[in-house]
Design a protein around this ligand. Sequence first.
Ligand code: MRU
Length: 359
Amino acid sequence: MDSQPLFPTLAPTIEWRDGKLLLLDQTRLPHEIVVEHVADAAAVWRAIHELRVRGAPAIGVAAGYGLCVAMQDARALPIAQFRAELEKRAAWLDTARPTAVNLSWSLRRMTKTARECNAQDAAALYDALVEEAVRIHREDIALCEGIGEHGMPLIAEGNGVLTHCNAGALATTGLGTATAPIYAAHRAGIRFNVFADETRPLLQGARLTAFELQQAGVDVTLIMDGAAASIMSQGLVDIVIVGTDRVAANGDFANKIGTLGLAIAARHYGIPFYVACPSSTLDFHTATGHDIEIEERSETEVTHLAGRRIAPENIKARNPAFDVTPHALVTGFVTERGIVHAPFERSLKRLFAAECNAA
Ligand code: MRU
């Protein structure tokens, strides 16, 4: 599917063109705009694992197309063999990253499509898979629009908005999730400013959020992660909006490491704390935040900065990429169907009854 980038200077986050998967390499931003052609299953797995495509919704879209790429060399197989390979390759792609549920959500949709498709040969089944991947992509754009529409009224003239990591256009194929209300308010002419946490260790806030908001003409100020509580204490933040990688059935949610500390600080200072959450990130299979697997990444992301060691040799380091925030610290979930308030388990199940029953 041909996609339009949000900013004229950028390539789209993900593009499916003439049967090829093209990804904007997010590890090179903001200095270089490099589009990678991801040509086989191993390259898809690596692109997700190494965060060249990242952000829960973008991972979901990339996985749909990625499974098509992974099956391209199997199109001449007898259909039963194609189906068996599909299940195997989908299960393997699902191991690329553990926390963002969009990865397994998208791959489950793709394998379900294949199981329910009565195509007579592998080539026809492959075409049905591409159609489903395009549907996932189109839906992602619409989910972001819906979050923007419902979240925009949360931002008032003169507000300070704080966000963490990148839950922006680069993390999706549309307006972003946490950034969708920001872009919608900006387009509506509301004047406000955004504080973007730099987001150690991989600096998604500095490299991606600050970059895309600046490109869009939004008033954005980059701060160190450690400065967020102090900025709140000075009365400069009226609302916190973050994205999420997985929302458990009870409303506990995982997001980039540092989110929990922000939620605690926001509660201390009486600042509303919202989570932008498309239905593709709801996980009714997971009862509470305790059941969410947290990705632990390489220690070198902590001991090194821009390729240079900054810590002593042989120091022990930990690098959990995400944390879990308990639902009690959440003011509301901004979804494509409206804002969900406590009690979250009941409200989420009511608004997303179809998704919950299908889970
Ligand atoms: O490790 P990343 O960059 O994939 O982490 C991304 C985040 O934590 C985002 O906040 C989350 O995926 C929501 S993206 C709309």
